[in-house]
Write a protein that binds this ligand. Structure first.
Ligand SMILES: Nc1nc2c(ncn2[C@@H]2O[C@H](COP(=O)(O)OP(=O)(O)O)[C@@H](O)[C@H]2O)c(=O)[nH]1
Ligand SMILES: [Mg+2]
Length: 446
């Protein structure tokens, strides 16, 4: 269930409207990514930070009233607060207080899927809590449910600092072991069904793209358990229809943020690990904002993740708000323009994804014996019959459609299986690179 959030921000004098709006949108986006619903935003313009309460005691009173009026579960501040500031603010307000760092940690904890990711996030959480473990550990006693509370369990945190340091050491050792074994564990799902990862900044529109895609290309029965593997995958993965009646798995990833506190960088990267396994990366860019710095950052992170070998499609989103069309991204296979909100340009995106994954259909002609069961079984399994013509001597010429990525595999299987009995002739009208040599690919849908 979503938590109700009141956001408290300090506006710095050197910030122009655009910068401030962008920071505010990002913070709201982060709250939403942590399952929070922002009901009010309180802004205080001040040149410096108040040492006791960050915004000044008068403004904190306003924040407290807003929290009361909105029946807020939590107040989120737009910067990292000192432990003393949190204590002083909590004396006045009726609910929990969390700072931006804690909010980001929360999102990472929510999204870390791999073992490495979870270990890395727990290390970052402990690092964050270590200097905050003072006195009776008041902050810890307030851990409950919802936003800002997905920290390590109380049992761990109730202990003293030394135990926490020991725990960090232990986690680091586990991490080293996991890293060593990682190359051994191949992720099977990425071999069976192509995986597309959506990456980009927070607020670029990744989740909106995912939602629209899922609606437009809904897979019947996807949530009813036709394929258990993907139901249990995780809540941020969605199955959609791709070309040639195949399926694709879409992954929504944690968004990039500006001014990521340094000690969170590794945890951030670890939560993005699955991107390395993706068959294709869709880079969602907010066309209505300054793009170049953000895009450079994204590519740098992809490089650090060793994910740059993956093909990238860049989707310039929010074109409905953009005053001009950004230049094509030369680092991507292709750039697409559109709006996940209005639906403009989405079909071109789906098509480009199909092409990049080799899911666009190609037509093949195969000839075989009309009475061969094996011939028809293979055809039925791998393709869709467009036409079947009887030729001489009980033979049949079949025109069928298959996904381009499977074309040469289909040809080889048919030729291989039928060589002995009838040597079927096969004409491939369009070239298709062989991307997989296993029959696994054909297990699903035709
Ligand atoms: N105008 C407009 N708003 C959009 C578009 N796509 C997303 N948004 C809005 O941008 C905000 C952030 O979108 P979201 O999908 O949560 O971004 P994410 O952080 O990348 O997942 C939301 O308020 C969306 O409604 C778009 O194409 N046009
Ligand atoms: Mg999102």
């Amino acid at each position: 269930m979503a938590s109700t959030v009141v956001v408290a921000m300090r506006r710095q004098p050197e910030e122009n409207d655009e910068q401030f709006d962008s920071r505010r949108a990002e913070l709201v986006g982060l709250c939403e990514a942590a399952n929070g619903m922002v009901s009010e935003i309180i802004v205080q313009a001040r040149p410096d930070v108040d040492g006791r309460t960050y915004l000044g005691s008068g403004k904190i009173q306003t924040v407290a009233e807003a929290a009361l009026a909105n029946d807020a579960d939590v107040i989120v501040f737009d910067a990292q607060l000192t432990p003393a500031q949190v204590r002083n603010i909590e004396e006045v307000v009726p609910c929990r207080v969390i700072d931006r760092t804690q909010l980001i940690l929360d999102i990472f904890a929510l999204r870390a899927r791999s073992k490495t990711g979870r270990l890395q996030v727990e290390i970052a959480q402990l690092q964050y809590w270590l200097p905050r473990l003072t006195g009776k550990g008041r902050a810890l006693s307030r851990l409950g449910g919802g936003i800002g509370t997905r920290g390590p369990g109380e049992t761990k945190l109730e202990t003293d600092r030394r135990r926490i340091r020991d725990r960090i050491t232990k986690l680091r050792q586990d991490l080293a072991v996991v890293r060593k074994n990682r190359s051994v564990q191949r992720d099977k799902r990425s071999r069976l069904i192509p995986v597309v990862a959506l990456v980009g900044y927070t607020n670029a529109g990744k989740t909106t793209v995912l939602t629209r895609w899922t609606t437009d290309r809904w897979v019947k029965g996807a949530t009813e358990g036709a394929d258990r593997l993907f139901d249990t995958l995780d809540p941020l993965a969605r199955r959609v229809r791709g070309g040639s009646n195949r399926e694709i798995v879409l992954l929504d990833t944690v968004g990039f943020v500006q001014d990521l506190p340094h000690f969170l960088v590794e945890a951030f990267q670890a939560t993005l690990e699955e991107v390395r396994m993706a068959d294709l990366i869709v880079h969602v860019v907010e066309a209505s904002e300054e793009t170049s710095v953000r895009m450079d950052t994204t590519y740098r992170v992809l490089e650090e993740l060793e994910a740059l070998g993956r093909p990238v499609l860049t989707f310039y989103n929010k074109m409905d708000l953009a005053s001009s069309r950004p230049a094509p991204d030369l680092r991507a296979m292709k750039s697409l323009y559109g709006s996940a909100a209005t639906g403009d340009g989405m079909e071109s995106l789906y098509q480009a994804v199909d092409e990049a994954l080799g899911l666009d259909p190609v037509t093949l002609e195969v000839e075989g014996r009309a009475e061969s069961k094996e011939f028809w079984r293979l055809i039925g399994k791998h393709g869709r019959v467009l036409q079947a013509l009887d030729t001489a001597d009980g033979r049949v010429l079949v025109t069928l459609q298959v996904a381009r990525r499977h074309a040469s595999v289909v040809r080889n299987l048919l030729v291989g299986d039928l060589r002995d009995e009838s040597e079927p002739a096969l004409v491939e009208h369009l070239g298709g690179e062989e991307q997989q040599d296993k029959e696994d690919w054909f297990s699903s849908t035709w």
